[in-house]
Design a protein around this ligand. Sequence first.
Ligand SMILES: Nc1nc2c(ncn2[C@@H]2O[C@H](COP(=O)(O)OP(=O)(O)O)[C@@H](O)[C@H]2O)c(=O)[nH]1
Ligand SMILES: [Mg+2]
Length: 201
Amino acid sequence: MIFGRSQRGKPPVEPVTLKILVAGGFGVGKTTLVGAVSEIRPLRTEELLTEAGRPVDDVSGVEEKHTTTVAMDFGRITLREDLVLYLFGTPGQERFWFMWDELSEGALGAVVLADTRRLEDCFAAVDYFERRSIPFVIGVNCFEGAARYPEETVRKALDLDADVPLVMCDARDRESVKDVLVGVVQHAMTQAAERRRAAAP
Ligand SMILES: Nc1nc2c(ncn2[C@@H]2O[C@H](COP(=O)(O)OP(=O)(O)O)[C@@H](O)[C@H]2O)c(=O)[nH]1
Ligand SMILES: [Mg+2]
């Protein structure tokens, strides 16, 4: 007896796994974001900020911050049964920039977290992804007490291309972070489709 394709039992789903980077300045909420959504205990390499690091690590505005991520944050989230994201938080401080090229290997896209009180802290990350054509989404982490700016103002200040999505978010909130991550996947897929179209004869 021969079964038609439509009658065949559904094969077990083997999820697609995608790698997403989480970047942005020091103290912007990267570790918080990964921790808020990860299904596995996030792997963190937090170190106490040492006195030696103090002149280098600018903690103004985040004075309550006593630890810093020296290597990276790592987490996992299942968006759908067939789609799993692995999150890699990039180290915020410039002296760890050498790790970015390794981390971005094979990444689908990135979230650049921004704090409107220190917007310039994410310029370097925006430059990095633009230069390498890695699709990214800006997540404006809305800290309480920080002034809220219209999206257009933030876009202008960051000199974003019109197609780069910008999402207001709360890095502590699972649903909010999920929206940002879905935004990255969708944006990356749109860009890939456009590139394919452009490359087609
Ligand atoms: N109020 C508020 N605090 C936040 C938010 N996100 C992060 N924080 C706090 O800001 C500090 C820096 O966050 P962290 O995730 O360590 O920043 P990272 O250096 O980018 O990894 C921590 O004390 C967090 O608890 C947020 O959305 N709102
Ligand atoms: Mg961190």
